[in-house]
Design a protein around this ligand. Structure first.
Ligand code: GAL
Length: 950
């Protein structure tokens, strides 16, 4: 046997030899053997560099390398990953692929376990191989397949023997299938999901379809299990024992993402018993709304790619579980499996822990947009069998998951008859779920109007039904299948979207883009992104746009999202001690939650306690009276903090886990006063004013008491965030670029005068960039009460300012600082349009701990609403409240760094005290900050009081 033909690689057909698709289940009483582990491996540069003699009996592969399966060979030292967003990394000439086509030959020897039954059949199942594979067992070819994130199963019983079986798999990185898999992610060839040998006893379970609906009027569930092989279905908890194909109605508790009630059952055929986990629920489109069990749902979702910083898309169960637990703990209720069906075990976790799922097909042809969608496979009948194959592989595999309520045709594949064919097939096969596809603007094939990155104002128009479109579309509900691009610092504007979703029924929520940064662990760079492997074409750090960092540490964006979507809302007036508690769940009452309160003065808890948790129905509210404020609630800034926490341990978080919170102010803050009580004393080189020592010539502060300080002086620059820079295709102004154009990163400080008055030292300056007439007249006025030093800054813009400012405040350096204490917003960073989760309190951190490790370094770490901060021996109070950041490098160094490993601590700590920050927005793929979060160049006055901490 010797084939040199590789025509199948460029064949548009889905492949040949595989068994028809069927339902996936994680366990049964039939034997199975995992073929995961170490495989022999040989990499060739082209698809036909080697003949297929390696698949023949007795082939000696002792000099081959080895790779771990599941895995990607490019992450195991053979070749390199490539990151492109939508550009194909090969010439677009479908279905042809380059001659240089990395091809990995894989070999695995295995013996059957001793108790492997002699009778029956057997199959080998591949859960995921990128992008095209050809398979042999014991020298006999089984077939070949494409469809990377879909299962393929082959009958092998007739070829198996007790010992010395050899499974040979040839995997090509590029194939016709690559044209259908142009998702925005790393190109990572390999056998990246499980390979399993399954015994198929005589009379084994074949395909089966569990239909479990719920009638919210009668409270009854209807169960019907269609099974290719007849058998019986038992559900002991419901006292059910019935034949397959036979419907039954019984009173049940329904399944929802909030109350993921599952009933354990068994499907038994003559030869096999398969455990079932049945969730009863009914999904319909009714009155223009997506309803589950009779109620409209609001999606608080996220797009999830599969990612692990070392293993790429080869995820183990623990990592999948961690994703679901993190989502649940951050109040998310929905996930879109962008942009392919996930490892099937992930959906089991969604069933068990409760998440609504949009299951998306492994299909994207985005790169065709570069040629006006000419030759797009989804509009070319020759490809339709491949599209239908992918639809069937997804639906048949995943159809028994109650969590899956939408099938999505794919992502960014333009439009075409192939998509319509997929939608028609899916609607016919599974009329009990809805169909999603974002690219179908007229909603011809879909059951929901879905968009990505629509700006707030457009979303509001859609909410109000003023958006037009086809008649069908106008009758449909709306979701944002992607919004709030979480690249780098941000997203900003989440709360503003949520407010719209809650205001208009038609808006049924959205899915933040995206869950995780796809950074690859790298020995020198920390986490690598596009371009770090010398790729010819790449899209840089656009692959790092998640709510969690590559190691799954929540970023501030996730903390913000958790707060914005919290299912309990507290509204009220702290001064009169009333609070309205709103149940924002769609299904659950609040019986799982306990209510805690604390009364705080100047950020310190004076008294705390609990209140009985009322039980408002979903969507309704209850008014509560808070306790009498404590008698010793000394004067100062007082507030209530109320929290809803888990009353008991749940499957996803322990008792006491915080679900929602709010703070209600009681009394206002007393601003610091410094009554001028001394005059500057001028020496030859220095001027003294109270505890302050200044340079007599420049007026610059040198010391406060014994603490050395350099600066402070006006600062408007921040290291632009990904969202400041914006995406190149944005038509709106991109301020990150304009700021640089106008030189805000290179402002010059002209000294106009240093004046010693009777009670103040005044320094007059003009801060302006070379080449432009715009400037900021800036006056620093220093006064003292003998003990403390007050700096009042007044800023008057001159010239025609057409851009907002990145920040407005002062910057100075301290010789040393480590521990930081403050009273203000915390514990994490916040910016004007991402500060919902910032809570007023007393916080401690270190300078290093204040940094947010965005994979590409950029502005980060600001703390909002700060009343005072202590660091490096200084105490600084603000009037009004301010933002502060402190770091061991300058803004310029932060801006120049490409990776976190480029940042090395200097010998000083740089502190920014800001009167204002510009909003963040999500212009790296969506809207910039809303106008109310702009930091406009306007006259401003602000002051800080410095004293030495002794
Ligand atoms: C969308 C796309 C995603 C991702 C995102 C930007 O257009 O569907 O896959 O590319 O933009 O990060």
């Amino acid at each position: 046997m010797s084939f040199r033909t590789t025509t199948y690689v460029e064949d548009v057909s889905p492949g040949r030899g595989a068994l028809p698709p069927r339902a996936w289940y994680p366990s049964s009483d039939a034997k199975s053997l995992s073929l995961n582990g170490s495989w022999s491996f040989r990499l060739s540069a082209t698809a036909d560099a080697e003949d297929d003699s390696f698949a023949t009996e007795g082939y000696d592969a002792t000099d081959w390398a080895s790779v771990t399966v599941p895995g990607h060979w490019v992450l195991q030292g053979h070749g390199s990953p490539i990151y492109t967003n939508h550009l194909y990394p090969f010439p677009v000439d479908p279905p042809h692929v380059p001659t240089d086509n990395p091809t990995g030959d894989h070999l695995r020897r295995f013996d059957l376990p001793e108790d492997w039954p002699a009778d029956g059949e057997a199959t080998i199942r591949f859960d995921g191989v990128e992008s095209c594979a050809r398979v042999w067992l014991n020298g006999t070819e089984l077939g070949e397949f494409k469809g990377s994130r879909l299962p393929h199963e082959f009958a092998v019983g007739h070829l198996l023997r007790p010992g010395g079986n050899v499974l040979a798999v040839r995997v090509h990185q590029w194939s016709a299938g690559s044209y259908l898999e142009d998702q925005d992610q790393w190109w990572l060839p390999g056998i990246f999901r499980d390979v399993t040998l399954l015994h198929r006893p005589t009379g084994a379970v074949g395909d089966f379809f569990v239909h479990a609906s719920y009638d919210h009027v009668t409270g009854e569930g209807t169960l019907l299990v269609d099974s290719e092989v007849a058998g019986r279905v038992t559900v002991p908890e419901l006292g059910l024992d019935l034949a397959t194909g036979e419907p039954v109605a019984v009173p049940v508790e329904p399944w929802t993402a909030e109350t993921p009630r599952l009933y354990d059952g068994v499907l038994a055929t003559k030869g096999e018993q398969v455990p079932l986990r049945i969730g009863f629920r009914t999904v319909v489109l009714e009155d223009g709304l997506i309803k589950v069990n009779g109620k409209a749902v609001l999606f608080k979702g996220v797009n999830r790619h599969e990612w692990h910083p070392e293993n790429g898309r080869a995820l183990d169960l623990a990592t999948m579980r961690e994703d679901v637990l993190l989502m649940k703990r951050h109040n998310l209720n929905a996930v879109r499996t962008s942009h392919y069906p996930p490892h099937p075990a992930f959906l089991d976790l969604c069933d068990e822990l409760g998440l609504w799922v949009i299951d998306e097909c492994d299909l994207e042809t985005h790169g065709f947009t570069e040629q006006g969608w000419r030759d797009n496979p989804v509009d070319d009948d020759r490809w339709t069998p491949a599209l239908l194959d992918r639809a069937a592989l997804m639906v048949e595999r995943d159809k028994n998951h109650p969590s899956v309520i939408f099938w999505s045709l794919g992502n960014e594949a333009g439009t075409g008859r192939g998509l319509t064919a997929m939608a028609e097939w899916i609607h016919g096969r599974d009329p009990d779920r809805l169909v999603h596809y974002e690219g179908d603007l007229g909603c011809r094939d879909t059951d929901v109007y879905s968009r990505m990155y629509a700006f707030h104002d457009e979303v509001e128009q859609i909410g109000r039904g003023l958006d037009g479109g086809t008649h069908k579309r106008r009758e449909l509900p709306f979701i944002l299948c992607e919004y709030a691009h979480a690249m780098g610092n941000g997203p900003g504007g989440l709360a503003d979207y949520q407010e719209l979703f809650e205001r208009y029924d038609r808006l049924q929520g959205g899915f933040v883009w995206e869950w995780i940064d796809h950074g690859i662990r790298h020995p020198e760079l920390g986490y690598a992104y596009g371009g770090d492997f010398g790729e010819e074409l790449h899209d840089g750090n656009f692959v790092c746009d998640g709510l969690v960092f590559p190691d799954r540490t929540p970023s501030p964006g996730l903390v913000e999202y958790k707060k914005v979507i919290e299912p309990v809302r507290f509204e009220g007036d702290g001064a009169d001690g009333t609070v309205r508690l709103v149940n924002r769940y769609d299904f659950a009452d609040l019986s799982g939650l306990a209510l805690e309160w604390a009364y705080q003065v100047d950020g310190e808890t004076v008294e705390a306690g609990t209140l009985a948790m009322p039980r408002p129905a979903p969507g309704s509210s209850v008014d509560l009276k808070l306790p009498e404020p404590p008698a010793d609630g000394r004067g100062g800034e007082a507030q209530w903090t109320v929290r809803a926490v888990l009353a008991e341990d749940t499957a996803w978080a322990p008792r006491g886990h915080e679900v929602a919170w709010a703070q209600l102010p009681v009394t206002e803050r007393v601003k610091p006063t410094v009554v001028p009580a001394a005059a500057p004393v001028s020496g030859e080189r220095i001027v003294r004013l109270g505890p302050g020592t200044f340079d007599a010539r420049t007026g610059a502060l040198l010391r406060v008491g014994g603490v050395e300080v350099s600066g402070p002086r006006l600062d408007v620059w921040r290291a632009p965030t990904d969202n400041d820079d914006g995406a190149e295709w944005q038509t709106d102004l991109r301020y990150g670029l304009l700021w640089r154009k106008f030189g805000l990163h290179r402002m010059q400080h002209r000294l106009d005068g240093v004046e010693s008055g009777t009670d103040a030292l005044t320094v007059r300056t003009r801060v302006a960039p070379a080449a432009w007439e715009i400037g900021l007249d800036t006056v620093y006025r220093w006064t003292t009460d003998g003990d403390r030093l007050r700096l009042s800054v007044s800023v008057t813009p001159q010239g025609d300012w057409t851009v907002p400012l990145p920040r407005l405040g002062v910057r100075f350096a301290l010789a040393r600082a480590d521990a930081v204490r403050w009273f203000g917003g915390g514990p994490g960073e916040a910016y004007p349009d991402s500060k919902s989760a910032s809570r007023l309190g007393r916080w401690d951190a270190t300078v290093d701990g204040l940094q947010t490790p965005y994979v590409r370094p950029q502005e980060n770490g600001a703390r909002a609403d700060v009343r005072w901060v202590e660091l490096g021996g200084l105490r600084i109070e603000g009037d009004p409240e301010f933002w502060f950041t402190a770091r061991r490098w300058t803004t310029e160094q932060l801006e120049a760094a490409r990776h976190l490993t480029d940042l090395t601590p200097g010998d000083r700590v740089w502190v920014n005290l800001d009167h204002g920050q510009h909003g963040i927005g999500s212009q790296s793929c969506g809207p910039g900050p809303l106008p109310q979060y702009f930091l406009r160049a306007e006259p401003a006055e602000f002051s800080f009081v410095f004293s030495e901490v002794r």
